[in-house]
Design a protein around this ligand. Structure first.
Ligand SMILES: Nc1nc2c(ncn2[C@@H]2O[C@H](COP(=O)(O)OP(=O)(O)OP(=O)(O)O)[C@@H](O)[C@H]2O)c(=O)[nH]1
Ligand SMILES: [Mg+2]
Length: 462
């Protein structure tokens, strides 16, 4: 696709840094560089070899060639560039003033400011990346853990797209065969043929299901999980938060009712980004501030995917404990039996009497005892064990998950129609729904407004 305008943006983060980059893409990129860039050895940017850096200065030609910044100019000639167009990048000193001054000059020479994600949108529209790969660029930038980075880089390399395209090809082949039987109806009585088509559709369905099943865990890795620490006052909730975060984030004292408000911290456990909430100990209280804290604890409970319910081994179970054990029945929860260094009054077995199906981890938080087992239990509870990035791709994106669901549904209907001996025209309609849904993932069938929505979530300059 040929775009008539040239776009420009500061591609690096705002703030002070060693370098900052003004990126320019489009047919005016090289003429603009020729106008603004001076090097000790006179060169024309259009003549510079592609993908090279040249030392020089950006000058303001309308102000007697005043030097604006000392830069390295990167020149990349179309079509083998990020956007598929000519690109120049001014590697400037990384401060907002020099960068804005260079960007201003670039705009004055005919470029316009780029929209968020517009470079990547051009890359997509020019066929340099498919849509799933373009989205992986944003996911890579936003990745919260090393595991989400690994998954994003593989999607960017085309691992998901390859799998989706192979599934599409198999459905397209089946569709072609079924459409042929519309054209030559005398063949549609061929029982063997329908059996073979059914077998083929079911095989695709199995692979589609496998891919779709990775989405619940995949999305957890890209989006994170809310985890609440709940328990009666003084059981060691804040101590646990601090131990998992690795700093003395929350105040810990031996006075029950120390934590009054909800404290929120991000931690990474085996590649899963957790948003961890330390809460006010739950108990009946006349203190108004503490009452509000207890209310907030209950609100946190409602929006958490996993609960760490803490119990004090040195004390008998009270009503608050029994209530929590009741709560555990209807939630994903791990029971943490803390203070097992003190003379034990409440045992793991006692907790399990109330919640036979839950995991119990015994801890002595100040000594770090049981923390590794707790982390393993969290991982097991959320992912069913460590998630290994292996041969098959992992779906981390809600839009892809939705498209896979639609593809799955279309195929289901097609299988039903084939099995019931429905006319091939009807089977073909369902197969086409499935094919279009898969096409949405890689951007073959995606509408303009969906594209706009996707790219508007990118940062400016990407
Ligand atoms: N002996 C022993 N003491 C612990 C253990 N874990 C925490 N403590 C102590 O228990 C006290 C209370 O700990 P916190 O972490 O403040 O407890 P909390 O559940 O956040 O309490 P509130 O904020 O009041 O609800 C502190 O004095 C901790 O040092 C443990 O495993 N063994
Ligand atoms: Mg506390």
């Amino acid at each position: 696709m040929k775009f008539h305008d040239t776009i420009a943006a500061i591609a690096t983060a705002r703030g002070e840094a060693g370098i900052g980059i003004v990126r320019v893409s489009g047919s005016l990129a090289l003429p603009i560089a020729a106008n603004l860039f001076r090097s000790p050895r006179p060169v024309s940017p259009a003549q510079l070899p592609t993908h090279t850096l040249t030392y020089g200065h950006v000058v303001d030609t309308t102000a007697s060639d005043n030097v604006v910044d000392e830069v390295l100019l990167a020149v990349m000639h179309a079509p083998k560039t990020y956007t598929g167009e000519d690109i120049v990048e001014f590697n400037c000193h990384g401060g907002i003033v020099p960068l804005t001054a260079v960007l201003d000059l670039v705009v004055k020479r005919g470029a316009r400011l780029a929209e968020p994600g517009e470079f990547t949108k051009r890359a997509f529209l020019n066929g340099r990346l498919d849509l799933a790969q373009a989205e992986a660029v944003a996911e890579l930038i936003a990745s919260k853990t090393d595991l989400s980075r690994k998954i994003a880089i593989e999607v960017l390399a085309g691992k998901l797209s390859d799998t989706v395209n192979r599934l599409s090809d198999r459905i397209a082949d089946l569709l072609a065969e079924i459409e042929a039987s519309v054209d030559f109806p005398e063949e549609d009585l061929d029982f063997m043929k329908v059996e073979a088509q059914l077998e083929c559709a079911r095989a695709v369905q199995t692979d589609l299901t496998t891919l779709l099943e990775t989405a619940s865990e995949g999305r957890l890795i890209s989006e994170g999980v809310n985890v609440a620490i709940l328990g009666k006052p003084n059981v060691g909730k804040s101590s646990l938060l601090n131990a998992l975060v690795g700093t003395a984030r929350a105040i810990v004292t031996d006075i029950p009712g120390t934590t009054r408000d909800t404290i929120e911290e991000a931690v990474n456990i085996s590649g899963i980004p957790l948003k961890l909430f330390d809460t006010a100990g739950i108990r009946q209280t006349d203190d108004i501030v503490e009452q509000q804290g207890v209310q907030r604890s209950r609100a946190v409970l409602d929006r958490s995917e996993l609960l760490l319910l803490m119990f004090d081994a040195s004390q008998p179970l009270n009503d608050a404990d029994l209530n929590l054990l009741q709560t555990a029945q209807s939630h994903k929860a791990i029971l943490v039996l803390n203070k097992t260094d003190l003379p034990v009054v409440t045992t793991s077995e006692a907790l399990l009497v109330h919640c036979p199906k839950k995991r119990v981890v015994e801890t002595v938080i100040p000594e770090g005892k049981g923390l590794d087992s707790l982390k393993a239990a969290v991982c097991e509870e959320l992912l069913g064990g460590e998630l290994v990035v292996g041969e098959s791709p992992i779906v981390t994106n809600a839009r892809h998950q939705d498209a896979l669901r639609r593809a799955h549904e279309g195929l289901n209907y097609a299988i039903g129609s084939l099995a019931d001996g429905m006319p091939p025209e009807l089977v073909a309609v369902d197969l086409r729904i499935s094919l279009d849904a898969l096409g949405d993932i890689v951007g073959k069938t995606t509408t303009e407004d969906i594209l706009d929505r996707i790219f508007s979530q990118f940062c400016v300059g990407k």
